[in-house]
Design a protein around this ligand. Structure first.
Ligand SMILES: Cc1cc2nc3c(=O)[nH]c(=O)nc-3n(C[C@H](O)[C@H](O)[C@H](O)COP(=O)(O)OP(=O)(O)OC[C@H]3O[C@@H](n4cnc5c(N)ncnc54)[C@H](O)[C@@H]3O)c2cc1C
Length: 309
């Protein structure tokens, strides 16, 4: 099928409003970096995302699943495939109570902040850690996101996953193989999280809200939230902290063009305005080289790459 026919089919499935061409990825990443995606589609329910993926697979089109783009560095040239965004698949609700546990079900595109507020408002404890992570449920399951001693692994029960053959399978927590910033979703590139179920215990609402407030204050104090970034650039190397190694290597404030190692928190590479992927790559490469050279520690990127190697 010709590409224009595929776009027509995507519009048939999703409606004209949900399909755009040459969409700048800088608008869809918290790093504010990235050239145009050839086609950008945002299905507004699970049935439509399944049909969209079925079409793209049948036509052997390359695609990428986008959450909130908060852990992503996209090439300046953009992406020549099709971005399938979950931004419009975002409902979250209390599903059931069973004994001392209450279950929340959230669709892939629901923001962690929204789910943590839902849990807090319902006096459910365990999701306070996620309130300040600017990602979606799908991205967080894929990355096993975590902060302040909590991670997705602690509270997830299962996830509904679209398989390569088009079937939807419920993965248990164990089957998701969640580990430090990793999961089976990342290892098997074709898996797509459609929704996830979480279990929480009842807690004291004012204590839950106080904990969330404390975590967000700590973020504001320590993290360069005033600049665009993709969060921690590197994974935590075993036995070290990436930010401390980078600082000790003398790289605080190391800058190429408009991208630099944050002065406030060396674990963050920030875009001070108008930065490019090439600049970010240069900062990342230099940081990796220096840390390796000075301390013999290999830093591994936490940020996912799109459109570059
Ligand atoms: C200021 C700031 C602070 C941050 N703090 C933290 C923190 O404390 N802890 C932490 O863990 N992270 C943190 N992050 C990083 C980021 O928010 C998390 O990794 C988050 O889970 C990414 O979610 P996302 O929806 O933005 O995913 P995206 O960036 O859109 O995608 C990330 C990866 O997940 C995949 N993906 C997304 N949705 C799906 C889906 N439905 N199915 C399958 N794969 C999918 C993508 O293909 C990609 O490989 C921070 C980022 C920023 C900018």
């Amino acid at each position: 099928m010709a590409e224009s026919e595929i776009v027509k089919k995507l519009i048939e499935i999703n409606g004209e409003q949900q399909v755009s061409m040459s969409e700048p990825m800088s608008r869809h990443t918290t790093f504010r970096i990235g050239g145009p995606a050839k086609v950008f589609v945002s299905p507004d329910n699970i049935e439509k995302i399944i049909k969209t993926i079925e079409l793209l697979k049948k036509e052997e089109m390359e695609y990428f699943i986008l959450g909130n783009g908060s852990n992503l560095l996209v090439a300046d040239e953009g992406y020549t495939g099709i971005i399938v965004s979950t931004e419009n698949i975002k409902s979250a609700s209390i599903e059931k109570e069973d004994g001392e546990l209450t279950y929340i079900c959230a669709e892939a595109g629901a923001m962690l902040s929204k789910v943590s507020v839902l849990a807090a408002e319902s006096s459910l404890t365990g999701f306070e850690f996620a309130g300040g992570i600017p990602g979606t449920i799908g991205g967080a399951v894929s990355m096993n996101a975590g902060a302040y001693g909590g991670e997705i692994k602690d509270v997830i029960v299962s996830a509904d996953v679209l398989m390569e053959d088009g079937k939807v399978i419920r993965f248990t927590k164990d089957e998701l193989e969640l580990s430090y910033r990793n999961s089976i979703i990342q290892k098997e590139k074709q898996l797509i999280v459609l929704a996830a179920e979480f279990a929480f215990k009842k807690g004291n609402k004012s204590e839950i809200l106080a904990k969330m407030k404390d975590f967000s204050q700590r973020r504001r104090d320590k993290q360069p939230l005033e600049y665009a970034s993709a969060g921690s650039t590197f994974k935590r190397p075993e036995g070290y902290f990436a930010g401390k190694l980078i600082d000790d290597a003398g790289l605080r404030g190391y800058r190429v063009g408009n991208v630099m190692v944050s002065e406030k928190h060396c674990g963050f590479v920030v875009n001070v305005g108008g930065g490019t992927c090439e600049e970010a790559k240069a900062v990342i490469a230099h940081v990796k080289d220096e840390v390796e050279k000075q301390f013999g520690v290999t830093l591994e990127l936490e940020v996912r790459k799109l459109g570059w190697q």
